[in-house]
Each structure stands twice: as C-alpha cells, then as structure tokens.
Write a protein that binds this ligand. Structure first.
Ligand SMILES: Nc1ncnc2c1ncn2[C@@H]1O[C@H](COP(=O)(O)OP(=O)(O)OP(=O)(O)O)[C@@H](O)[C@H]1O
Ligand SMILES: [K+]
Ligand SMILES: [Mg+2]
Length: 699
C-alpha cells in the first residue's frame, strides 16, 4: 500500500486566436482541397452546382484543346479556374471556422491527461488507498483527492470540503468550494484540489466525462443542421432550381434568335454555366456553415459550451428567462445567522434542537447550523450512532430534514411544511411563529422552522447574498425585451425581498420541481421561447424542458446533463451574452442572405447583355456598365462572385455588429445596409475587375 502524499500537478492555459491566425489559415487551405470530396460537396446544394460547373468547364477545356475549330479555349480555362476558386473559397471559409473550433477543442484536450488516482477500498476518509491509473476508474468507484492532486475524473463529493482550482476549465482563477451534499457537490476531471481533501464517488466511465463531451461538442464532428439552417437551405435550393431552369432554357432561346436573324452566334455552354453560378446564391451558400460553426465558437469564447447549434439559435429568440434563486441569483452558500425562539423556548434550547436536526445534514445549510450552535452556545456535536438516530434527508418535495430518534421526530424546514407537519400530528402551531418567519423573510433570508416531537421551537435564519452587479444586467435584459422570472422553493416574503434586490420582473415562490416545469410549459404554450438557468438537481426537469437551458458549471451533474449549455463561469447573467451571440448569428445569416440575393440581381445586369449581345445586338442598350467586352464582362462577374466569398469571411466568422435597438429597427437597418450594399457593390466591383483585366490585356 502506497502512502505517497501527492500526485503530479498540472498547469494549462488557453490563448485566444486571431481571425486569420497563421496556425489556422495554412491548415484551412489544405482542408479546402480535402473538402473537394464529392460527398462533402453534396452537403451544400448551391455549392454542389458550382462544383459540377467546375468539372464540366474543365472537361470542355480539354475537349476544346483537341478541336482546332474552337478558338476560345483560353476563355473556357479562365472560367473553369475561377469556378474552382469559388468552390475552394467556400471550402476555405468552412475549414477556417472549423479550425478555430478544433483549436478550442485541442486546448480542452490538453487538459485531459493520464493522472494517477487514489482509489479507496472503503468509501470513507482515513482508510487505505491504492494508486491506480485514472483510465482504470469506473463509475461507482470511490477515490480520495487531496491538496495538490488533480481530480482524475468527474464525480460526486460524498465526504469532505475542499477548495478546488477549476481555472483549467473555466479560466477563472478564484478557487471554488466543493463539498458533499447540496448543489456544490459535483467535481470535474482535470481540476485541481488546492486545500483539504475530498472523498469522491466516480460518476462516469472514462471517455464519458464532462471534458470528453465538451470536446466532442466543440469539435462539431457531429454538427447537425439547425431547423433554421434547413429552412434556409430549402429556400436556396428553390432559387437554384429556378435559375437552373431559366439558364437551361436560354440555350434554345438563343439558338432560335440566331436562326431567325440568320446572323450572330448562339450563347456558349461555358457562358451559361458562368451565368448560372453568378445567379444562384453562392455567397450565402458558401458561408452558411461557417456562420453556424463560428456561432458555437463565439459561445465557447464566452466560456459557454453549447451542445447544439439549435440551442444557440434559439438563444437569439428567447423572450422569457427563468432563474432559480439560491446559487443562481444569490451566492448559494446559505449560512445560519441567528436563532429566533418561539414563546416559552430559550435561544439555547432552539439551538440545541436545530443542531440535532442538522447532525447528519451534509448540505451547507445543515453544516452551518451545527457550526453556529457550537459558536453561540458551545453545543458539542453528538453522535448519530449513540443517539440511535435515523437521518431524514432534505428533499425538494418535503422541504424538511432532520432525524428520527425512536418515536421522536426532530425536523427543520420551510415554515409552511413544518406547520403542516405539526398540524398533521394534531398539535398547535404558535401564532407568534408567523411574525418570526416574516421578520427573517423580509430581510431576504431563508427562515427554517424547527420542531421537536411536535413542539415548535422557533426559527433559524439562513443568510444568503445576492450576486454583485446583477441588477444592471437584468435591466439590460429588459431593454432587449426579455422578461426575467425568479423561481424558488423559498417562501413568498423571502422571494419578494430577493426579487426586489436583484431587480427581476416577476417571481414564483414555494415552487416544487413540478411547478417549475409547469411554469415553463405554460410560457411555451403561449408561443414563448423560454430560457432557464439553474444549478440544482431539482432544476433538472425544468432545464430539460426549457428551449435554452444553461446549467451552471458549479451545479450538479444532473443539472449539467439536463441543460443544453453549460456556463463555465457559473454566472447567471451570462444569458445576456448568450442571447447576444444567438441574435448575432441569426442576424449574420439574415444579412448575408439579403446581401447574397441582392448581389445576384446586380450580376444579372452585368452578364445578360454580355452573354446575349451576340444573339440580340439590341441588348447592348442594357449594358449600363459599359464593360470592355462580353468575355471580360462574364469573367469579371465570375471573379467578383468568387472574391466576395473571401471578402465576407471575416463578417461570417465575427458576426455582424449587434445593437440592442429592438428587432424591427435592427431588421430595417440590416436590410438597408446589406440589401442596398448588395446591389451597389457588384457594379463597382465588376467594373473595377473589368478595367483591371483590360488594362492587363487579359481579355
Ligand atoms: N437542508 C435543509 N433542511 C431543511 N430544509 C431546507 C434545507 N434546505 C432548504 N430547506 C428549505 O426548503 C426550501 C426549498 O429548498 P430550496 O431553497 O433548496 O429550493 P429551490 O427550489 O432549489 O429554490 P432555489 O431556487 O432558491 O434554490 C427552502 O426555502 C428552505 O425553507
Ligand atoms: K452567385
Ligand atoms: Mg436550488
């Protein structure tokens, strides 16, 4: 049996990457070629059309080489090359977005390491342990972690209190407390114990840890198209089909024109392919997937891990935010602060019974009562075994905890639960209690009523502190049009006091887990999109129901599993950033779609006169841009169409600027900028490219 005191420590940090970081650009260029695989291309119908066009023009070029009558093989080659560029640029955009995600995943993977674990034979502190590799641990094993140790795997603290450095995962340098019982009992593999020790029950098998799941989410290997992306893709496919039909029907139309006039020459297939590519929405088709990947990356940059693009998207449309009180709005370590005895009871008697009711209660509330009883009246801890006491743990439904000593029921809990408990025994509940409970509640503290074998002893005050800066952030959410609702198992007065202090719009008190779930369903049935942040096991059902469910990283395993996002900073106002990123993603997609379609309309005017002037010389009148030659007009449009993808990559990755000016105003602004910009820009761009091409004598 080894008793080596410490296991090797770790240190890791995450550095942000710039948009066009060399470490991202080179691999993305290589990836752009890998993505030429037809199976990859088939995922974007618009780009697939360009891909097929590239192949056709390439084949036509080789065919023209063997045909002495064909004079325009140089032109065919040029079109073909630029079509290939169009495809490669789209691939590059996607690869660059994915590269950023992968880099984030890699830095997470750096946290994963094989550490040795101290495996306990008996799940109890002070017993012997054996060193085993972390990879050999299985769900249900118990391990000991001590100051300096890296926690080898995710688990639940079953004994002890320790400060833990979670900065490797959260980036937050302040240590956090992890302890058994309550909402702070989950520990994450890869974090490090700074002081004291913990006995941890392993919660997962290797490969299924929180870190593993984060990595696979961030890598986006299994990224599914979101509902909005699917809808948009359908629109793009429809547009593509329309233009395909239009373009194909132009060929007989042109041949007919030539035959009727007895002069001129019909439009070539190369020109028709070029026309088609310019008309279909290639800009958004090329950037759609990057926008989605970049949205997930930006979430990660805000220290939020989203499990699906769908959740990120929904975040952009949220209109109600539900937050639980303890641990989300407040710091969550409710500490006993005073004893307020019922008439005929001394403070010491109350403290004595309260301590008895808390002996085996491992929640922060329970332990703080034992501590306060010791401080105030030097009441020593008694032994559950010698008392022959049976522990009655706290549950969100009974809202009480305590011990049974034979027939004697000792309880502490929410005042209304205790009153019901006393009345069920057919005993009186003193009227004076209401005043004691109200006094404590009005201060925003949680009152715990204490009862010993039906005799009401008084009230224990549990103090909790509202997190700093929360009020201003809720005001900002209100400006964005999001309603904030606090839900708590605590009584109405406490809830009202904390609600006022935190500045939430509304609150629901004395809520059971079922009530929380019902509230969400009610909002959803009114057609509202509901976000919920929570940390407790009793929040899990509600988190599972919410459209956007942000679990605090400090919360329990159950909460994290039920949510579709985890906030590594455990900051309830993080929803502000989450909503902003979601809105930004929706707006970026909308803006680029507007831009793309407007753009294509402009290209129509550049290409149509050029393409058909051979058939219908009158079309020269339509040539408002006065381009140097039909070939140059077509080349310029194709080149512009390709280059605009590259130009817009930063916008797709960074997202359009978000301002909290109301949805309608924002939409108007964006349509103006991206719609009008989309129409004007091609005229300027195509003209410039045309001038450059003719100046260089390239056409
Ligand atoms: N350890 C405990 N023993 C007995 N009663 C408790 C204990 N912890 C809490 N209570 C009582 O149960 C009530 C509801 O519990 P709790 O506050 O955890 O509910 P909740 O729904 O998670 O609310 P919140 O959103 O505030 O966390 C508390 O207001 C308190 O009166
Ligand atoms: K296009
Ligand atoms: Mg709670």
């Amino acid at each position: 049996m080894s008793q080596a005191k410490t296991l090797p420590p770790v240190a890791k940090s995450r550095a942000p990457l710039t948009l066009f970081d060399a470490s991202l650009v080179w691999p993305a260029m290589a990836d752009a070629f890998v993505k030429l695989d037809p199976r990859t291309q088939a995922r974007s119908p618009v780009m697939f059309v360009v891909y097929v066009g590239s192949i056709l023009t390439t084949l036509m070029y080789f065919q023209s080489l063997g045909d002495p009558a064909a004079a325009d093989s140089g032109f065919i080659l040029a079109v073909s090359v630029w079509l290939w560029f169009t495809v490669l640029f789209a691939n590059f955009a996607e690869a660059l977005a994915e590269g950023r995600s992968k880099a984030q995943a890699a830095s997470l993977r750096g946290l994963k390491q094989t550490v040795m674990a101290k495996k306990l034979d008996t799940p109890k502190h002070g017993t012997g342990w054996l060193p085993v590799p972390g990879a050999d641990l299985r769900k249900g094993h118990t391990i000991l972690v001590e100051a300096g140790d890296v926690i080898p795997i995710d688990g639940e603290v079953i004994e002890g209190v320790a400060s833990v450095d979670e900065s490797a995962i959260t980036g937050e340098s302040a240590p956090v407390i992890r302890e058994s019982g309550g909402d702070f009992s989950a520990v994450t593999g890869g974090t490090r114990v700074l002081s004291d020790w913990l006995v941890v029950r392993v919660a997962v098998n290797p490969g299924e840890t929180f870190l593993d799941r984060m990595i696979s989410m961030v890598e986006g290997a299994k990224r599914q198209k979101t509902p909005n992306e699917i809808a948009l893709t359908i629109l793009l496919v429809a547009l593509t089909i329309v233009f395909l039909v239009v373009t194909v029907s132009l060929l007989p139309f042109s041949m007919f024109g030539v035959a009727a006039a007895g002069a001129g020459k019909p439009v070539s297939v190369t020109v028709l392919i070029a026309l088609l590519v310019c008309l279909i929405p290639t800009t958004i088709g090329a950037l759609l997937s990057s926008i989605g990947v970049a949205g997930m990356s930006r979430m990660m940059g805000a220290n939020v891990i989203a499990t699906s693009g769908r959740a990120v998207e929904a975040a952009g449309d949220v209109d109600v935010l539900l937050l639980d009180k303890t641990g989300t709005i407040t710091l969550g370590n409710r500490q006993a602060a005073g004893f307020f005895p019922a008439p005929g009871v001394t403070e010491q008697q109350l403290a004595d019974v309260a301590q008895l009711a808390s002996l085996a209660d491992e929640t922060p509330e329970g332990r703080s009562i034992v501590v306060l009883a010791k401080q105030r009246f030097n009441i020593r801890e008694r032994d559950m075994g010698t008392l022959k006491a049976v522990f009655i743990p706290f549950s969100a439904n009974t809202r009480m905890s305590g011990v049974d000593i034979g027939e004697r029921q000792v309880r502490k809990g929410a005042a209304d639960s205790v009153r019901k408990h006393v009345e069920a025994l057919g005993l009186p509940y003193p009227a004076e209690m209401a005043r004691l409970v109200d006094d404590v509640s009005r201060r925003g503290s949680t009152p715990l009523a204490v009862v010993d074998a039906g005799r009401v002893m008084g009230v224990v005050e549990l103090k909790d502190i509202v997190k700093g800066g929360i009020k201003e952030r809720f005001a900002e959410l209100r400006r964005m049009g999001i309603k904030t609702v606090m839900i708590t198992g605590d009584n109405k007065l406490t809830a009202a006091a904390i609600a006022a202090e935190a500045g939430v719009d509304d609150f629901l008190a004395e809520a059971t887990p079922e009530d929380k779930l019902k509230l969400i369903r009610d909002y959803q049935s009114q057609g509202r999109l509901v976000a919920m942040t929570g940390d407790g096991t009793n929040d899990a059902p509600a988190l599972a129901q919410a459209d956007v469910a942000v679990a605090m990283n400090s919360g329990t395993q159950a909460a994290k599993e039920a949510g579709n996002m985890v906030d590594l900073d455990s900051n309830p106002t993080k929803l502000l950033e989450i909503v902003e990123i979601g809105k930004q993603m929706l707006m970026t997609r909308g803006s680029l779609t507007t831009f793309s379609i407007a753009n294509d309309i402009a290209k129509y005017f550049a290409i149509i006169p050029a393409a058909f002037v051979g058939t219908y010389p009158q079309l020269k009148a339509l040539d408002v841009m006065n381009l140097s030659s039909p070939d140059s007009a077509i080349m310029s449009a194709v080149i512009f169409n390709a280059l605009i993808i590259i130009v817009l990559i930063p916008l797709a990755l960074k997202g359009v600027r978000y301002r909290a000016i109301g949805a309608a105003a924002l939409l108007r602004r964006n349509i103006l900028i991206y719609g009008v910009g989309g129409i004007v820009l091609p005229f300027i761009g195509i003209k410039l490219i045309d001038m450059l091409l003719s100046a260089l004598n390239l056409v």
